[in-house]
Design a protein around this ligand. Structure first.
Ligand SMILES: *Cc1c(COP(=O)(O)O)cnc(C)c1O
Length: 235
């Protein structure tokens, strides 16, 4: 068994244990494998181990990988999620290559993605990124801005509003993680009341996935626990 195959199995077991620990079905939680900075060989190993959903942070690197795997036999079965900060001048590449974008945090980006989504592709699935706790970060909107942005995004025909995403600042302990993620869950449940197609709450990474699942996450974004530590010195 390859290391990546073993790691994936361990992560799936952690997800299942976290779900069962709070009376949720493990199938309610999608595992997104975050492959940023990792070579296509690592992604191929994960695919061989049954993984289908991948997350990328850097537009050009992500597009190169999407196009590489599009030419492979498994290509059509993969789901590519863009999860990095998005500049307007790169929006077309995301609209043309990805199935999901988790980092919509202003109408200008949403409008561009909507205009640039090719007519022969299904609507782009989008999540609105919430800045739930990280005052240092410029990414994401505050919760007070959510209802106006959600209304505008939901009206765009080539986008499909699927839910919310957050990257909380690292918390000291499990209870603090849970408290932050619970604010996200409350916002998510309220959004779902208004928009029935909303079904995705993207939160939880290698160090906080258990608390995220306890708070209701439907999609965890896991990099390090699957692919090992990242090396940015080559970037
Ligand atoms: C890198 C990254 C992840 C994965 O983080 P790990 O701690 O390696 O699991 C998840 N989400 C986003 C948005 C990221 O940038």
């Amino acid at each position: 068994m390859s290391t990546i195959q073993q790691n994936l199995q361990d992560v799936r077991n952690r997800i299942a244990a976290a779900a069962q620990g709070c009376d949720r079905a493990p199938e309610e939680v999608t595992l997104l494998a975050v492959s940023k900075t990792k070579p296509v060989a690592a992604i191929a190993a994960a695919i061989a181990a049954g993984q289908r959903a991948f997350g990328e942070n850097y537009v050009q690197e992500g597009v190169d990988k999407v196009q590489h795997f599009a030419a492979q036999p498994e290509g059509a079965t993969l789901d590519w999620h863009f999860i990095g900060p998005l500049q307007s001048n790169k929006s077309r590449l995301v609209a043309e290559n990805f199935a999901w974008c988790h980092t919509v945090d202003r109408l200008r980006i949403a409008s561009r993605l909507n205009e640039q989504r090719p007519a022969d592709m299904p609507p782009l699935n989008v999540l609105i990124q919430i800045n739930i706790s990280d005052e240092q970060s410029k990414s994401g909107i505050v919760l007070a801005e959510l209802s106006a942005l959600a209304e505008a995004v939901a009206a765009l025909p080539n986008l499909r509003l699927r839910g919310l995403m957050a990257i909380p600042a690292p918390q000291e302990d499990y209870q603090s993680q849970l408290a932050v993620f619970s604010q996200m869950r409350d916002a998510f449940l309220a959004l779902q009341q208004q928009y029935p197609q909303v079904d995705t709450l993207s939160m939880g990474m290698t160090d906080d996935m258990t608390a995220a699942i306890a708070a209701g996450s439907t999609l965890v974004r896991i990099g390090t626990a699957i692919f090992g530590a990242r090396d940015y010195s080559q970037a």
